[in-house]
Design a protein around this ligand. Structure first.
Ligand SMILES: NC(=O)c1ccc[n+]([C@@H]2O[C@H](COP(=O)([O-])OP(=O)(O)OC[C@H]3O[C@@H](n4cnc5c(N)ncnc54)[C@H](OP(=O)(O)O)[C@@H]3O)[C@@H](O)[C@H]2O)c1
Length: 319
């Protein structure tokens, strides 16, 4: 199967390494790559470090690449999800299935993209967008038939967890941010994590897919951790609580949606309070299956790459 990658940063390169390791069992070949600065093509399959040619517009790239699947893994634009949304539409216009790890399109335009894919009978997958490749969307699609999800809660932003843990040890907000940056987990602009935008985008993406919403991150009732003081953290500890930036989405009985991404005081024995370091947890509150949880322990870029791979296997089985 011929694959075109749009974006070849940490995730793209981890994905290429994963495919190289699985080649004997899975006949997937990356035959074209487009980045902002350059392109590469080889119908026989590109090496991990291709010889680069000049940049190209996405339409020119896809027309020359003639892939069977497109993987969109360009940098996140938290404001409106572009140009990733346009990249996905360019692939759809050519009848091509798309996989993305970029939460921008899911947080900003999922309902429209889903409708466009369905109208053209095209598969569209995005497992790695919210929890670094852990099965969330595919778990629901494949293993929870007939289930209605009425609520979602999760602690999904690693940077704020690391920063708050550092502050609980007596360090400052700035020192916590520096540590998160040294660990390589903070967004390029850490304000995106600290101000709660990353959590709001994940809340919107989860609501759009699992609660059949059509919202953007701007619709989420959002607050960051920038104004939390060491005194508040100590007061929470004294009360047997942990402060965490929690994402919540709930479909109310009247059909309305409540969406929040805010710091909360969680009792120490709350499941959401018990994921350490860069680990994440998400709980799905359902009608037929009670509450189901997914925990990812210290995920890295290899897990994000695996989510793309799982989506690819899913698509390959259906083509
Ligand atoms: N890193 C993770 O662990 C992780 C986890 C979950 C989801 N994600 C998501 O996965 C995506 C990729 O992440 P990453 O860590 O691989 O990012 P990255 O290392 O910053 O790489 C981004 C890539 O996208 C390319 N790019 C940017 N704008 C482009 C455009 N307009 N057209 C074509 N290519 C463009 C860049 O090209 P140039 O180098 O030429 O500028 C680069 O190759 C992001 O949306 C991120 O939010 C990442």
């Amino acid at each position: 199967m011929r694959i075109a990658l749009i974006g070849y940063g940490s995730v793209g390169q981890a994905f290429a390494r994963l495919l190289a390791g699985q080649r004997k069992r899975y006949p997937f070949r990356i035959t074209a790559i487009q980045t902002r600065k350059h392109t590469a093509y080889d119908p026989q399959g590109l090496p991990l470090e291709p010889d680069w040619g000049p940049p190209a517009a996405v339409s020119e790239f896809l027309d020359r690449a003639e892939p069977e699947v497109v993987i969109e893994i360009t940098s996140l634009n938290p404001v409106d999800g572009e140009p990733a949304i346009s990249h996905i539409r360019a692939a759809f216009a050519r009848g091509l299935p798309v996989i993305t790890a970029n939460k921008g399109p899911i947080a900003h335009a999922y309902a429209a993209l889903r409708a466009e894919a369905a109208a053209r009978h095209i598969l569209f997958r995005f497992e790695s967008t919210v929890m670094d490749g852990s099965p969330v969307f595919n778990l629901v699609r494949n293993n929870l038939p007939g289930v209605t999800i009425h609520g979602i809660s999760g602690v999904l932003n690693s940077t704020t967890k690391v920063v708050l843990a550092e502050m609980a040890r007596g360090r400052s907000l700035a020192e916590g941010i520096r540590l998160a940056q040294q660990m390589g987990i903070a967004e390029a602009d850490p304000a995106y994590d600290i101000d709660g935008w990353d959590s709001a985008a994940k809340t919107a993406a989860l609501a759009n897919v699992l609660l059949d919403a059509d919202v953007t991150p701007q619709r989420v009732d959002r607050a960051g951790i920038g104004s939390i003081t060491p005194e508040q953290i100590r007061a929470a500890q004294a009360a047997g609580c942990v402060i965490a930036l929690v994402s919540r989405a709930r479909r109310e009985a009247d059909g309305s949606l409540t969406l929040t991404a805010r710091p909360e005081w969680l009792p120490q024995d709350d499941l959401l309070a018990n994921v350490q370091g860069t680990s994440n947890v998400i709980l799905l509150h359902t009608d037929l299956m009670g509450t189901q949880g997914i925990v990812s322990v210290n995920p890295g870029v290899e897990q994000t790459a695996y989510g793309l791979f799982a989506d690819l296997v899913d698509i390959a089985q259906q083509l």
